[in-house]
Each structure stands twice: as structure tokens, then as C-alpha cells.
Design a protein around this ligand. Structure first.
Ligand code: ZN
Length: 169
């Protein structure tokens, strides 16, 4: 084998090396993957649909949950996955129900460039329904403020049974 042959051999190796495809980070890996049209049929509430599946924002001080103080669980209005325990709620003074933490694995985040300053959007990890934005000015122990659209949630008071997770019709 001369030098040229060795070079050729290396080149061949390079060409046949396996190609690794990186997973796109934009792909939401969600369990209940319905189209907007399907969700439109399931959700009878126009305003809730706009927030959950068109990333709308409800007007501040409009949610009944601003005043809700009972123990219980906040669940995703679209698929019923539990997102927050009531013990994670705090009074932020913003006019939106606010939480300093989420139940484990309940939400996923992505960057949102709708305003000039990028914000971190978060959504239900099960159905992808938009819930709100998370900021770094929350109380301890997390320092996070999950600013949630009340209309994207349902509240289940303690002692009441959680509804079973919604599945495709
Ligand atoms: Zn959901």
C-alpha cells in the first residue's frame, strides 16, 4: 500500500461513516397530538381555544382563579393533565394566576419572540396547549414566576376526584 492508497482508504472511511441526524428541538414531543381543528371541536370555549392553541393571552384580572385560595390541583383545560398544586400558587399582583413551581414534567418551555424582548413560553407537556410565560422574578425557593392564563386551567378542589386524562375522540 503506498501513500496514495492509504489516503484513498481514509477517504473511503470518511464517506461511509454513519451520518448522525440530530433531532430538531422545534419538534414538540407530545402524547396527545391533535390538530387545531380537532381541538376547536373539543373545546366549547372560544376564548380558551384562542389561548391554548393560538397562544393568546387573556386580559389581566379576568380570571376567577386570581382569588382562588383553596387547596387543590390546577389541570390543563385541554387534556386535563395536572400542572400545578395549589400550594405552588402565590399572589403576584399581575392580574394573572401565578405559580412558583409546576408539577414534575407537567410543562415544557420554548423561546417566544413575539415581543421585542424574548420571553420563555411554556405549555402542557401532554397536549402542547399554551399556558403562559415563565419569568425569573418569582419567590423562593425557585425564584420562578409561572404567569398562567386562568382560562387555560381548570381547578379541582382537594377531596374532589381528578377527571381522567382526555384522549382523542
Ligand atoms: Zn394539556
Amino acid at each position: 500500500m503506498n501513500r496514495r492508497d492509504i489516503l484513498k482508504a481514509f477517504m473511503a472511511l470518511g464517506v461511509t461513516a454513519p451520518v448522525v441526524h440530530a433531532n430538531s428541538e422545534d419538534d414538540m414531543d407530545i402524547e396527545l397530538d391533535l390538530t387545531k381543528r380537532e381541538w376547536r371541536k373539543i373545546l366549547d370555549d372560544d376564548a380558551a381555544f384562542r389561548v391554548l392553541f393560538k397562544e393568546g393571552t387573556e386580559r389581566p384580572w379576568t380570571s376567577e382563579f386570581n382569588k382562588e385560595k383553596r387547596p387543590g390541583t390546577y389541570i390543563c383545560k385541554a387534556c386535563y393533565q395536572p400542572l400545578f398544586d395549589a400550594s405552588m400558587k402565590f399572589e403576584s399582583g399581575t392580574g394573572w394566576p401565578s405559580f412558583f413551581d409546576t408539577l414534575e414534567g407537567a410543562v415544557e418551555t420554548k423561546r417566544d419572540f413575539k415581543l421585542i424582548l424574548p420571553r420563555t413560553e411554556y405549555h402542557c407537556s401532554r397536549c402542547g396547549g399554551h399556558q403562559g410565560h415563565v419569568f425569573d422574578d418569582g419567590p423562593q425557593p425557585t425564584g420562578k414566576r409561572y404567569c398562567n392564563n386562568g382560562i387555560a386551567l381548570e381547578f379541582v378542589p382537594e377531596g374532589q376526584e381528578l377527571p381522567s386524562l382526555r384522549n382523542a375522540a
